[in-house]
Design a protein around this ligand. Structure first.
Ligand code: FES
Ligand code: FES
Length: 470
C-alpha cells in the first residue's frame, strides 16, 4: 500500500484520513469523537489508569506496542497503525482473551476491560513467557476499581500462548508532515531532514510527549510548528560496545529496559517502576533527560556512571558530560535548535556495586520523591571509589561531588556515619507536594542505612520491597 495522501493513520487495518482537526487533539479524542470508536475509554486523561490503551505499530514489522492514547497527540502517530479493542474481537467473534475474561468473571462494570484486553494482548503477542511476573508487569498501568486483579490474572494465564496472534497490516511508511489546524506537524526520519526544519522561526520539539502532553496546549500563541523527534532513525539506534552503551536519545524506556536486562540487571527494578508498559513504550531516554526535571528517574543513574551526551544542532556536534548539562530548575545548556542525539553510558565494572533506588508515595507508576544511585567499589571494608548522584534533593539532578570526596578512602561504617550525620551539608532539598525538605533529608539518611546493610550483608542489589519487608 502506498497512499498519495500522507494525512492518514491505519486504524484497525483501515486507512483513516485526518481532516478538520486541531493539532492539540489527542489520539483518544480523535478515536472516540471523530471515528466513533467508543470502546477505548477515558479515565484519568493523564496516563495513570490505562482505560485508553491502544496498540500502535509501524508499517514494516509485526510488533504491536501498547500506549496510552490520552497522552499522545494525533500528529505523533500520523502514518502509523493503531489497533483499538474493536480491532481485537467483537460479540460475534471474540478474541480468546475476551472469552476468557467472561469465563473467569474478570469484568464487572467493564469500564477498564478494553484497556486490560489491550495490555493482555500485547503480552500474549510478545515473545515473553506468560507467567505471574510478566502478567503483573503487563497490567501494571491498568486500574480496575471493582473486579479485583485475581480473575484478570487468571483470565490471562488461562489463555497463555494458546491464541491467535494479532497481526498488523504492512504498509509503506513515509515522512508524514501534516497541517493540523494552524500548526504544522513535522515528522523527520533522519538528521538531515531535521536540520532543514530548524530554520523555521517558531518551533517546538516533541519526543514521546509523556510529560509535555500533560500540558494543554503545548505550544504558545507565537509557535506554529511541532517537530516530532521520535521517528528519526539515528536517534533510535542502540549500540553495545565493549565497555559502554551508545543509546540514541529517542530509544524508548522499554527498549532500554530490554537492552540492560542482562547487562545492568541492577537497573531493572527502577526501569519497571519508571512507568507502565504504555508509558515505557512512548517515553524516551532523551526526553527524560532533556525535560531536566529534578526528579527524572534516569539522570541520577547516568550521572553516577559518568555518562556523556552527544549534542547535535545547526552549528555541528559536540560532546558534554551529563554533569555539565543542567543549569537550573527545568533548564539545560541546549540552544533552541540543539538536541541530544545520543548518550554514552559506561557499563558498570565487575568489581563495583551499583544500587539504583527510588522512593515514591506509591511503589508502581509514581513520580520519585527522591532517588539515589550509588556506584561503589569496596576493598577490605574501605571505600576505594564511590560515585553518588541523586534526584529530588536540589533544583536539578545532582552528582554529589563533595560527599563522594569525603567518603572515598574512609572505612565503610565511618563514611556512612559521616553521610548520615552531615547530610544537610551536602543536599538542599525543597518542600513541595511530594514531600517536605525535612522528609527528604530523613529519607536520604534512610537510603544510606540501606546502603550499609547491603554492603555489610554482601547483597549485590536490594529492592525497596525486600528492605521494607525486613
Ligand atoms: Fe487514564 Fe489514559 S485515560 S491513562
Ligand atoms: Fe469496573 Fe474494572 S470492572 S473498573
Amino acid at each position: 500500500m502506498h497512499p498519495e495522501n500522507t494525512n492518514f493513520i491505519y486504524v484497525n487495518r483501515e486507512m483513516r484520513t485526518l481532516s478538520n482537526i486541531d493539532y492539540d487533539i489527542t489520539l483518544l479524542d480523535w478515536l472516540r469523537t471523530n471515528l466513533k470508536l467508543k470502546g477505548t475509554k477515558e479515565g484519568c486523561a493523564e496516563g495513570d489508569c490505562g482505560a485508553c490503551s491502544v496498540l500502535v505499530h509501524d508499517g514494516s514489522n509485526s510488533e504491536v506496542r501498547p500506549i496510552n492514547s490520552c497522552l499522545v497527540r494525533v500528529g505523533q502517530v500520523v502514518g502509523k497503525g493503531v489497533i483499538t479493542v474493536e480491532g481485537i474481537g467483537n460479540e460475534k467473534k471474540p478474541h480468546p482473551l475476551q472469552t476468557s475474561f467472561i469465563k473467569e468473571n474478570a469484568s464487572q462494570c467493564g469500564y477498564c476491560t478494553p484497556g486490560f484486553i489491550i495490555s493482555g494482548i500485547s503480552l500474549l503477542n510478545s515473545n515473553k513467557d506468560v507467567d505471574e511476573n510478566s502478567i503483573n508487569d503487563s497490567v501494571s498501568g491498568n486500574l480496575c476499581r471493582c473486579t479485583g486483579y485475581s480473575p484478570i490474572v487468571k483470565a490471562l494465564k488461562s489463555v497463555g500462548n494458546n491464541h491467535e496472534e494479532i497481526k498488523p497490516i504492512q504498509f509503506v511508511e513515509q515522512n508524514n508532515d501534516v497541517q493540523l489546524g494552524l500548526v504544522s506537524y513535522h515528522n523527520p526520519i533522519n538528521l538531515d531532514e531535521l536540520l532543514n526544519l530548524t530554520n523555521k522561526p517558531n518551533f517546538r520539539y516533541l519526543a514521546g510527549g509523556t510529560d509535555l502532553n500533560l500540558q494543554r496546549p503545548i505550544i504558545n500563541e507565537d509557535q506554529n510548528t511541532i517537530i516530532n523527534l521520535s521517528n528519526i532513525k539515528e536517534l533510535k539506534n542502540i549500540e553495545v560496545q565493549n565497555n559502554k552503551l551508545l543509546l540514541g536519545s529517542a530509544v524508548t524506556i522499554e527498549n532500554f529496559l530490554v537492552t540492560i536486562k542482562d547487562r545492568i540487571p541492577e537497573l531493572i527494578e527502577l526501569l519497571q517502576r519508571f512507568g507502565s508498559p504504555q508509558i515505557r513504550n512512548q517515553g524516551t531516554i532523551g526526553g527524560n533527560l532533556c525535560t531536566s526535571s529534578p526528579i527524572g528517574d534516569i539522570a541520577p543513574v547516568f550521572l553516577a556512571l559518568n555518562a556523556k551526551l552527544n549534542i547535535f544542532g545547526s552549528n555541528g556536534r559536540k560532546k558534554v558530560n551529563l554533569n555539565e548539562f543542567y543549569t537550573g530548575y527545568r533548564k539545560n545548556i541546549l540552544t533552541k535548535d540543539e538536541i541530544v542525539s545520543s548518550i554514552e553510558v559506561p557499563l558498570p565494572k565487575k568489581d563495583y556495586n551499583l544500587f539504583c533506588w527510588k522512593l515514591s508515595k506509591r511503589y508502581d507508576q509514581d513520580i520519585s520523591t527522591i532517588s539515589l544511585t550509588v556506584y561503589i567499589k569496596i576493598r577490605d571494608q574501605i571505600i576505594d571509589d564511590i560515585h553518588l548522584a541523586a534526584g529530588g534533593i536540589a533544583e536539578t539532578p545532582k552528582y554529589l561531588d563533595n560527599l563522594c570526596k569525603d567518603m572515598k578512602g574512609q572505612k565503610l561504617d565511618k563514611s556512612i556515619s559521616l553521610a548520615i550525620n552531615n547530610i544537610k551539608n551536602y543536599i538542599k532539598p525543597i518542600s513541595d507536594i511530594r514531600g517536605t525538605a525535612d522528609y527528604r533529608i530523613e529519607s536520604f539518611r534512610g537510603l544510606f542505612r540501606r546502603l550499609e546493610k547491603c554492603l555489610v550483608d554482601g547483597v549485590k542489589t536490594m529492592s525497596i520491597m525486600d528492605y521494607n519487608n525486613e
